[in-house]
Design a protein around this ligand. Structure first.
Ligand SMILES: CC(C)(COP(=O)(O)OP(=O)(O)OC[C@H]1O[C@@H](n2cnc3c(N)ncnc32)[C@H](O)[C@@H]1OP(=O)(O)O)[C@@H](O)C(=O)NCCC(=O)NCCS
Length: 188
């Protein structure tokens, strides 16, 4: 018998981990790992996790809060753990936790936690509905609710940020920037 929730999937069904060795070609001039390398790995693990849940091709719609908390060294093992935290209609949010391990000392540091919003697409590139989510643990319930709250805050933020796009009079800019480390030196 078909129930309203048939076709829903568990979080564990699409949970994904990628571990990658940080090789010298990933490093910047300071000898630390490039942020772009991590972003690429995050996009990859988010895609795998989202596509497993959606059962179809997905695109990245947005990424929230990429804060690089600690540098990563060449030779460390970086692990990216991804799981579906939230599903909407055609979108889902994948939470990614990144840790880096020094293989000699076994010291593990947390370097990032980020949230990727992915949208499921059909073969004609039309957005399609994703399966609902079965929450089996208290942490999964908390993550779903947190994602919902972050989504609401993001919506409010968008409305506020739109105001920044409306240009001000030059006098207002001068007032706003008067204690900043810049000089206005416009040649007319
Ligand atoms: C992201 C994209 C699919 C949204 O398309 P759209 O026609 O504006 O879609 P909609 O407004 O109908 O939104 C579709 C879903 O995405 C969500 N969404 C769209 N933009 C979003 C954003 N910036 N942040 C969070 N969620 C977003 C909507 O909330 C909606 O979710 P829901 O169906 O679960 O309610 C479209 O802008 C796109 O294809 N962008 C390019 C993606 C890309 O190339 N990514 C990089 C390579 S993979």
């Amino acid at each position: 018998m078909q129930t309203e929730n048939s076709g829903f999937k568990t979080v564990r069904n699409s949970r994904t981990t990628i571990t990658e060795l940080m090789i010298p070609s990933y490093a910047n001039f300071g000898g630390k790992i490039h942020g772009g390398i991590l972003l690429g790995l995050m996009d990859k693990v988010a895609y795998v996790c989202a596509a497993k849940h959606a059962g179809t091709y997905c695109v990245t719609a947005s990424i929230d809060n990429v804060d690089f908390l600690q540098p990563i060294e060449v030779g460390e093992l970086v692990s990216l753990k991804a799981s579906v935290n939230y599903v909407g209609s055609t979108s889902l949010i994948v939470g990614i936790r990144i840790t880096s391990e020094n293989v000699k000392t076994q010291a593990i540091k947390h370097t990032n936690t980020s949230y990727f919003t992915m949208v499921a697409k059909d073969e004609n590139h039309q957005s399609i509905k994703v399966p609902g989510l079965i929450l089996e643990t208290k942490d999964e319930v908390r993550r779903f609710a947190d994602a919902l709250r972050r989504k609401e805050l993001k919506k409010q933020n968008h409305t506020v940020l739109k105001q920044i796009k409306s240009p001000l009079e030059m006098d207002n800019y001068k007032q706003l920037l008067k204690n900043e480390r810049c000089v206005i030196d416009i040649i007319l």
